[in-house]
Write a protein that binds this ligand. Structure first.
Ligand code: ZN
Length: 405
């Protein structure tokens, strides 16, 4: 069985070992070592990556792409094969690992904060590539989160010792563990001095000061409790940088101070709503004028076909409805630029099937749409607008006769 160096020395990043087995793991070369500092994904903490190089003058390095915990062994998945029996030097990608140690230890301290202040148990923990989450058993307010966050950071800044202890199951029974251990046999305990005692197989910093800072960035309801999103150390700094960029861009665009942003956005939203309402009123009255003009120019048998500049699909529908409500007419209105939007409509006294006319147009000029016999609309028509209008005029004339002669 592989001896796991990180169990007792999580700061070990370089080590010598021997390849005890070489094989394929899910189609990729892999090895087992007699001892390793590489951490395999487990308990919410992602795997380590790094390199293994053969010791000796010809020793070339291969990348460790993944580290997997399998049947109590640590499988190192490699970029190229290594031979069984080889003496190797391992090097763990330390930036990645130390980041994981910051997040993981920060999680212990923050979870203990929720537990000690509000008796709210951590159900699960997940470390993502950017942010990590803790799922809590019960609901919590932002005010409570802020208090637990403050308490956790107090523990960080007191730079308390984080010790690793091994105990038997019997000894564990007598200890105030935050969480019931999920495994049997001897337990590895992570002891944040006078604050938290949990069974955990992960890697942690030696003193809480190395966590740097713990920030909670989001809170959402989840399975009857809440999901808390948080970041520690270097990630907390990155969260701040992301927010700083977003806020400074926004305050420049709106010419306000950061704390004035929410109010400024609410005012803009209210103004936009008023503008939309005013615009709709103007559109309606303009549509009535446009409808009157078109009916005047409609010509024989009340067929109105036009491409109208400056109107969207909703405006075209408004004008078409206006015409068919006040005149005996069959109407096809188009937008003025390709791909063309179209509205086909007819007044109640005519038997034109607007939907059939629309279908005939889209069959010939592409696009899609649908509707009813008295009003249909579509879009995506392509071709010369003069040809499309001519076709529409023929279709409407061919079928436009009074339904009650
Ligand atoms: Zn842990």
């Amino acid at each position: 069985m592989t001896s796991r160096i990180y169990y007792t020395d999580p700061y070990c990043r370089r080590f010598d070992a021997a390849v005890t087995r070489a094989f394929q793991h899910e189609g990729r070369p892999a090895v087992l070592l007699d001892r390793t500092a590489f951490y395999p994904s487990s308990g919410g903490q992602p795997f380590d990556i790094g390199t293994l190089s053969e010791r000796g003058p010809s020793g070339s390095a291969v990348n460790v792409l993944d580290t997997v915990d399998l049947d109590d062994e640590v499988v190192h998945v490699l970029s190229a094969p290594l031979a069984a029996g080889a003496a190797v030097h391992g090097e763990v990608d330390w930036d990645r690992r130390f980041d994981h140690m910051q997040q993981h230890t920060g999680q212990h301290v923050l979870s203990a904060g929720f537990d000690r202040l509000f008796d709210n148990r951590t159900v699960s923990f997940h470390m993502g590539a950017e942010l990590s989450t803790i799922d809590l058993a019960r609901d919590m307010s932002w005010e409570q989160i802020a208090r637990a966050e403050a308490e956790a950071n107090r523990i960080v800044w007191e730079n308390r010792e984080v010790a690793i202890r091994f105990v038997s199951p019997g000894e564990a029974l007598a200890l105030p563990l935050r969480k019931e251990p999920s495994r049997t046999g001897d337990l590895r305990l992570i002891d944040v001095k006078d604050f938290d005692l949990s069974a955990c197989g992960g890697t942690h910093v030696a003193r809480t000061g190395a966590i740097g800072a713990i920030v909670v960035s989001a809170l959402e309801k989840f399975k009857g409790g809440v999901r808390v999103t948080f970041a520690c150390g270097g990630r907390a700094l990155r969260v701040f940088h992301t927010l700083r960029e977003a806020v400074s861009g926004s305050v420049r665009a709106l010419s306000v101070l950061p704390h004035e942003l929410p109010g400024a956005i609410e005012r803009m939203q209210a103004e936009a709503k008023d503008l939309r309402r005013a615009l709709k009123r103007f559109q309606e009255s303009l549509a009535a004028h446009e409808a009157a003009r078109l009916v005047g120019a409609g010509g024989a048998r009340g067929v109105v076909v036009e491409a109208l500049e400056g109107w969207d699909a909703a405006g075209l529908k408004m004008i078409a409805s206006e015409i068919t409500q006040h005149a005996s007419a069959a109407v096809a209105l188009f937008s003025s630029s390709s791909p063309f939007a179209v509205v086909v409509a007819r007044s109640r006294d005519l038997s034109v099937d607007a939907n059939a006319v629309l279908r005939a147009l889209t069959e010939r000029f592409g696009g899609r749409g649908g509707g009813k016999a008295d009003l249909a609309q579509g879009g995506g028509l392509d071709g010369r607008i003069a040809d499309i209008c001519l076709a529409a005029r023929e279709l409407l004339r061919g079928s436009a006769h009074p339904s009650n002669p």
